[in-house]
Write a protein that binds this ligand. Structure first.
Ligand code: PRX
Length: 635
């Protein structure tokens, strides 16, 4: 029996039970039967969850890109691997076959090697959603360089912080990027970032927008002439199963961003397996995930998962609202997309437009539609189900994280009956548990708790780059021996999971994971600000928006509040990026603090939500009188 694809509910339970009883045998078989290895493993898994130490497929040798491309060439060489749909619908879409993808990745890999990039070096990729982004990522993985993709919406100082943290040797960027009717000057942002980053010796620049750029002598080179001189043949690096594949930064609830480190073989097995199952993937399907490759969703389900299965994957450069609100649906119709994977924020923003935008297009090619990144509310779920899936294509509400590498809890289409707002059941191999405040595992159904995973899975991040202690403390110490997700969840009467949201100081805004601490740090650097506290509050479109409570210094008190608010938001934009802007700002004279000096965010959250009914226990507050003032002046 193959475990690679689940085809019925009965089979799901069979595979699931096997994966719990004999996890080693389960993953051994999947890894053995579905990939090309230079050398197989001595042991499937070795772990110490107390120490946050996990290894999969020990001593196996493999190259993930050979599995994504080379092994498909004999059978699928002329099949389209990537469809590139440009920002401007008038620009022609590109179809890149597996043969062409091989050539382009091989050339790029040779360019990187010629430029001195070696196995283990870190390469920062700061590119818009163009084929070169995929090619750069795959070229790094082919030669064993560790890619660190930074989303092209991040500001210069956010890019700099990420480059410095992982000491990247090279940056791959472009002159600019198109997004809707805007052009973003990426090279300019890189130039500014690099003023502080001494580790970067080279910058390779893709030409996309034709924007005038500065090329720094001895550091910057246009990529195309280098590619023109490269040969389309490349011997892939032999990688150990646990060699690092990539670093991807995610916000922490405190301090600087966390460089989550993913390694090679486990990530490969997990993303391939989940892609095949969650999207009921069959040969000749056209898969479209609308995320950006700068986020984990793009890594795992635009690139690695689909290509590992020899699929055709769409890379979309644009935004859902350009040139109009019909764009997503036109693209589905144009390329006859069979699986469509997007975020609740996009669904909500399109649902508020006239549904005729959807109905103008033929969506009958769709087989499965997916949701990821934040809880999907009931109304959005039904709109998606009715207008996009036409009650025919099931919704897969997929729960997972940058840290988990791939999908963890989700319906399997045509197998798991869906339930609005529920991510439903764990994938085979995944062992979720709910924990109570006393750190005990909550048994049974119809219960609520903190979501943990109690057994390792292949795709899990192995550490935080350069800071294993932080990795251990953040994820493995709250509930010792278990991986703590930071999410709360409920388990219903049949054992289905519903994710209720973060239980820490991370707020998910439009599907972007934002730590409140780094935003507060940025605000506090503004010369007029003494202190600040940021909380999330529910927002119709974005899921959550940010509410800032700000104490001014004396120097700031006489200033015009609207101007100051604007300045503070500009300040956040330049430190972190426009996604972290505050929707509401309230200037306050104090913040509710405990005697130990900790801000009681629970109260601020309630005020931001407009819920003044019950502030709970305030006896530990040093300044309870401040609550009335803040409440009365809520904006
Ligand atoms: O709170 C959960 C939410 O997104 C967080 C992970 O964010 P990030 O690492 O950026 O990865 C997003 C894409 C995988 C989770 O801790 N989240 C993700 N998917 C869902 C979700 N919340 C509810 N339902 C989901 N399907």
């Amino acid at each position: 029996m193959s475990y690679y694809q689940v085809k019925s509910l009965e089979q799901y339970f069979k595979h699931y039970n096997k994966s719990i009883r004999e996890p080693r045998k389960f993953w051994d078989k999947i890894a053995d039967e579905n990939f090309t290895w230079y050398q197989k493993w001595d042991k499937v898994v070795e772990f110490d969850m107390q120490e946050a130490d996990v290894k999969w497929f020990l001593n196996a040798k493999v190259n993930i890109v050979k599995n994504c491309i080379d092994r498909h060439l004999a059978k699928r060489g002329e099949k389209t691997a990537i469809i590139f749909e440009p920002n401007d619908p008038k620009e022609e879409a590109l179809h890149i076959t597996y043969n062409e993808l091989y050539d382009r990745v091989a050339k790029m890999a040779n360019v990187l090697r010629d430029q001195g990039i070696k196995k283990g070096d870190r390469v920062c990729i700061y590119l818009p959603m163009i084929p070169e982004l995929a090619i750069a990522v795959l070229a790094c993985a082919r030669i064993g360089a560790i890619h660190s993709v930074v989303f092209a919406g991040f500001s210069a100082s956010a890019v700099a912080a990420r480059i410095m943290d992982s000491q990247c040797k090279m940056v791959i960027t472009s002159d600019g990027g198109f997004r809707g009717n805007k052009t973003i000057d990426l090279k300019c942002i890189v130039d500014e970032a690099l003023e502080k980053c001494l580790s970067v010796k080279q910058v390779l620049v893709v030409k996309r927008t034709g924007t005038q750029v500065n090329m720094k002598e001895g550091r910057d080179q246009w990529l195309q002439p280098l590619l023109d001189d490269a040969v389309a043949n490349n011997v892939a690096e032999i990688m150990d199963a646990e060699d690092p594949l990539f670093i991807l930064y995610t916000s922490g609830s405190t301090g600087k961003p966390k460089g989550m480190l993913h390694t090679t073989a486990g990530y490969m097995v997990h993303t391939a397996y989940t892609f095949k199952n969650i999207f009921a993937y069959e040969e000749n399907d056209i898969f479209w995930c609308t995320a950006d490759i700068g986020w984990i969703t793009g890594h795992s389900y635009i690139l690695y998962g689909p290509l590992l299965n020899g699929a055709t994957t769409v890379i979309f450069e644009g935004v859902p609202s350009y040139p109009d609100f019909g764009r997503f649906w036109e693209v589905i119709d144009k390329h006859k997309v069979t699986q469509f994977y997007t975020a609740p924020t996009a669904i909500r923003s399109l649902a508020k437009e006239n549904w005729e935008w959807v109905d103008k297009n033929d969506l009958s090619s769709l087989k499965v539609i997916g949701s990821v990144g934040e809880p999907i509310n009931e109304e959005a779920w039904h709109w998606y189900n009715d207008h996009v899936g036409k009650k025919r294509a099931p919704i897969v509400d997929t729960w997972w994280q940058t840290e988990t590498g791939g999908i963890m809890i989700s319906p399997i289409p045509f197998v798991t009956p869906t339930k609005p707002t529920y991510a439903t059941l764990p994938l085979p191999g995944i062992q979720p548990v709910l924990m109570d405040e006393k750190r005990n595992e909550i048994e049974g159904n119809q219960v609520v708790g903190s979501l943990c995973i109690k057994f390792p899975w292949p795709g899990m991040a192995r550490t935080i780059w350069g800071d294993h202690q932080r990795f251990k403390e953040t994820y493995f110490s709250t509930f010792p021996g278990k991986y703590f997700t930071g999410d709360g969840a409920l388990r219903d009467e049949v054992g289905y999971y519903r994710i209720t949201g973060r239980v820490d100081d991370v707020v998910i805004v439009s599907g972007h994971n934002l730590g409140t601490a780094p935003i507060e740090d940025a605000i506090n650097e503004h010369p007029a600000v003494a202190e600040s506290a940021i909380v999330g509050y529910p927002h119709d479109i974005k899921g959550n928006a940010l509410y800032g409570f700000i104490i001014l210094k004396e120097t700031g008190e006489g200033r015009d509040r609207d101007n100051l608010s604007r300045e503070i938001n500009e300040h956040i934009s330049s430190h972190i990026g426009p996604i972290a802007k505050l929707d509401k700002i309230q200037f306050v004279s104090g913040l509710p603090k405990t005697r130990s000096g900790k801000i009681m965010r629970r109260i601020l959250r309630k005020i931001a939500e407009g819920d003044f009914s019950n502030f709970g226990d305030t006896s530990t507050l040093l300044n309870p009188e401040i609550i009335d003032e803040i409440k009365d002046e809520r904006v």
